[in-house]
Design a protein around this ligand. Structure first.
Ligand code: GRF
Length: 197
């Protein structure tokens, strides 16, 4: 039986596309069953539809900061498709323990830094400001603490002289598209050995 995967997005969904394409590329231990966005304008929704993956939207705004009610609405969408694994892929809402605890060990996130460095936002600018020679991306299991949890994979990129945050972000994103599918493939097969690229 293939593992059923739900992917959460907020924007363009390029990581979601790389995950779905890999799952659809033949022998894979998982299949995509839902792409869920917190914004109906998320560009990734159209891409998911084009790839033949069902979509749902739970807009966080009507909940007016009631995170538990928002999370219950997310869970209600999941209940319809019964996923085994959640992949957060550029999902820009913080999830509380209320949602995370029941999914612990079954929910992955991709974060554009070499964790534990640079949790939170603006990771590329922060790596440049720090003068780091190397930057990268991490896939980790989600725990209630932000951008924390056991590391399932990391990919490194060089920081080049004169890099802007956007140039560095683009270099990292290319590696995100390699790392996340590699980690999911291994994780869905039951292997938690980290992938290092
Ligand atoms: C990625 O850099 C991801 O790591 C970050 O948000 C970006 C999402 O890009 N958290 P996309 O929506 O997958 O194209």
């Amino acid at each position: 039986m293939k593992k059923r995967v739900a992917i959460f997005i907020s924007g363009g969904g390029s990581n979601m596309v790389s995950l779905v394409r890999d799952m659809q590329s033949g022998d894979h231990p998982a299949e995509p069953v839902l792409v869920l966005a917190n914004d109906a304008a998320a560009g990734g929704l159209k891409k998911a539809t084009e790839l033949g993956v069902p979509t749902a939207v739970v807009d966080h705004r009507p909940f007016k900061g009631d995170r538990v009610a928002f999370e219950d609405a997310l869970q209600a969408e999941l209940d319809k498709v019964q996923p085994d694994i959640i992949c957060l892929a550029g999902f820009m809402r913080v999830l509380t323990e209320h949602f995370v605890a029941p999914w612990e060990g079954r929910m992955l996130n991709i974060h554009p830094s070499l964790l534990p460095k640079y949790k939170g936002l603006h990771t590329h600018a922060r790596a440049l400001e720090a003068g780091d020679a190397e930057h990268g991306v991490t896939v980790h299991l989600v725990t209630p603490a932000l951008d924390d949890g056991p590391i399932l994979g990391q990919a490194r990129v060089p920081v080049k002289d004169g890099d802007t945050p956007d140039e560095l972000a683009a270099r990292v994103l290319t590696q995100e598209h390699v790392l996340y599918p590699a980690v999911l493939r291994r994780f869905a097969a039951g292997d938690l050995t980290p992938v290092y690229l």
